[in-house]
Design a protein around this ligand. Sequence first.
Ligand code: SF4
Length: 478
Amino acid sequence: MLQPATIQALSRRDTGGITWDEVAEIALPAGPLALQVSLGDIEGEIYAQWEFEPSLGGSIGQLRIDLSTLDHTSVVLTGSQANPVARDFTGARLPRPGASLALFVENRAVSPAIRRMISVTCGESAFVHWQQTLTPPAQWFYVEITNICNLKCPFCPSKDLLRPRQHMSLALAETVFRKIADYIAAQSLGEAYVQFRPMVFLHVMGEPVLHPRLQRVVQLAHEAGLAVAVFTNVTMINRQNIGKLIEAAPELVTLSVNTPTELGYAKLGTKDTLNDQHERVKSYLRERAEAGSFKTAVDIQYMSSKGDNVRGEGLVQSTQDVWRLFRRWLAINRSIHRHQNVSFRSLPRLQMVDMANPLSPHLDPSFRIPLGYGVNLTIKTACSFGNVTLPKGRKVRPTRFGQCPYNSPFQQMVVFVDGSVSFCNLDYENTVNLGDLSKQSIEALWNGTRMTRTRNCMAAGILNEPVCQRCLGVVAPS
Ligand code: SF4
């Protein structure tokens, strides 16, 4: 039985004309607990809840956030610098009584630069304070280890890429990972870090499994002290590559099946059937279970084309599609793990709001439906890469005003296969080109003139980069 523990807002403070509840207090009991946090009233209620429960071989828990006014990519519950405990919908370790926890909540509706930190000390009083800056440290790192791809997905501009096709060299990968790790350490990002561990995503364009030294690349990131997310379109997931992935043991593998239909699958430029694709996912899950490789979380990902502005057919269209996929993969996942004695919650808990509308915009793009055993179903809106890959009959009228819905210039660093850098992973041709990470420091690139100008403009609601003007432009029939 979970014991409740509640944080209450005790006072209010005015910051830049916005009133926030401030100063929270909490006493957490030892042992199993449920923790609820009410963050007060900011353009409607912000509500956050964590649940933790102990289990065999270590304690795990769940983090739940009502995303109605939050940028959900920016919610994190951390422990000590070395031991953060949760991010978004990931499993979380039960904090030891007396451990310090911190929750960071970013409200992009107010300003991309405003961030709220709630620090909770188990068993002691807690406090809240503000961090307001226009030059926050980079926190999301995408590293393109290859820009070569074997598919031609309609919604992806990879097939028309103008940049030279290549794999990232091991020497460059090592340099990039070391610089990211050193930067994170120098910025003391452990507690302030937006993710539950300093993670690099080995993907921008291209199919990472095509990199001939993927295992070594993951190893280099691990040696630098980084957690690793590997994305794959699944088509190359054969016995050999499954073995490599299991041995490399990245912290997250995203198996992007993309589409639930044969039509959609054929449109990706594939050469076999959707059933073959499903069998590859099952093979990976089976091998992962048999190897006991539960350190690696798995997302089974599908694309949604709900709305007018996504190119591609046969993608997820409706809530019913989502729950059909959920039932299918839940049964498969349980069957694969039925003999496993692992410390993951096998019965996923779902919130009614999630059940009601899994395609609601505030849950996208990383809405995860837990399937148990560290496996999630992920539904993501197929994007048009900043209104580049629009469907036929639609065109964009760029705008000079707006703010990035993903806060990218305030938190995202993208390192392309040649070491060049942008602040947005939708800038797939690197039109921004902040510089070269093989020759310059992250600080020089992130705090340079161009980056600073972009952030200052955006904070004032002005878009100075053409890629952003197009991305936030108005899409209408042509
Ligand atoms: S192109 Fe600009 S506005 Fe669009 S997601 Fe990237 S940074 Fe944000």
